[in-house]
Design a protein around this ligand. Sequence first.
Ligand SMILES: [Zn+2]
Length: 315
Amino acid sequence: MRALALLTALSACSAPLSDLKDVDGAKDSDASPPADAGSVAADAGPGATGTGTLDVPWIHGAADCTQSTDPPIQVVRFDADTWVLRESKCINYEAPFLYLLAGTQRALLIDSGTTVQANRVPIAATVRALIPSLPLIVAHTHAHGDHIGGDAQLTAAAGVTVVGTSEQAVRAFFGFADWPATARNYDLGGRTLEVLPIPGHERSHVAFYDPNTRWLITGDSLYPGRLYVTDWAAYRASIARLATFAHAHSISLVAGTHIEMTTTPQKDYPIGTTFQPAEHRLPLTVAHLDELNAALTAIGPTPRREAHDDFIIDP
Ligand SMILES: [Zn+2]
C-alpha cells in the first residue's frame, strides 16, 4: 500500500526540472526542453491528464542508497493513456525505463524491468493499478535480463499475456514473415503501433512506433548511453532501416530504456553507478538517429568505439 501511495504522489508530481536540480546542486546545460518536446505536450489532446513531457524529475539513485526514500519504481503519466516507469537505481543500477501504452481493447507494457521479486519491485501490481481491467500484453524491446526480470510476476497475474523473448517467439507473436526487413502493425484498439525488428544489440530486439505520442521506442539500440553491439553487421543494417523508417513517419522523440550519459558531452557515468545527479535527459531525436547511422556508415564493417556528445557507440 505504501508503494501505491508513493506512486500516486509521484504521478501527480509536476515539479519543474529546475527544482530537482536545485536539490541535487547539479548543473544541467540541457535543462530547456527542445522544441520537439514542446510539441509533445501540445499533442496530449483534450481530456488528457499527465505531464505531457518526458523531461520530468526522474528518480536517479542516491549518494547513499541505504538512506534513499525513492519508490522502487517511479510512474509518470504522460497523457491519459500513456505512462513511463523507471526503476530505482538503488534497486538495480540499470534503472531501466518501461513504457505502458493503452488502447481501447488492450494495453501494452514494453519491458518488465530488472527485478524478479515482487516485494522488491512490484511491477505487476503497479501496472494493474494503472490498467485495472484491460487485457495486458507484455512485450520486450529485447531479451536481456534487465528488460525481462518482471516477467514471472506478470505471467502469474490475471489477464496478462507475456510474449516470449526468443527471436522465434517474437517473430511468431507479431507475425513477422520476413524478419528483420519489414515492420508489422500491432493494434491496441484505436492505437495501431508499428513494430520494427532491429537486431544487433541483441538478436530479438525490436523498436516500437506509437502514432499517438509519435514516440519511436528504441530500447537499448539507441539511448543516451553506451550502445553495446553483439552483431555489428546486423546493428548497422538495423540502424539504417530504423533511420529510413523514422523519415517516413512523424516522430516527436526517440525513447530509449536507460540513461548513462551525463550532461557533459561525450561523458558517461561508470558502469554500476547508483547515483546520477547530472544525468542526460531521456528523450533523443531523429537527428541523433541520423548521427548514429552516419557514424556507423563512416566506421564501416570493422567495429570501433566512438564517443558522441549524447551517446557512445560501444561494440
Ligand atoms: Zn540490452
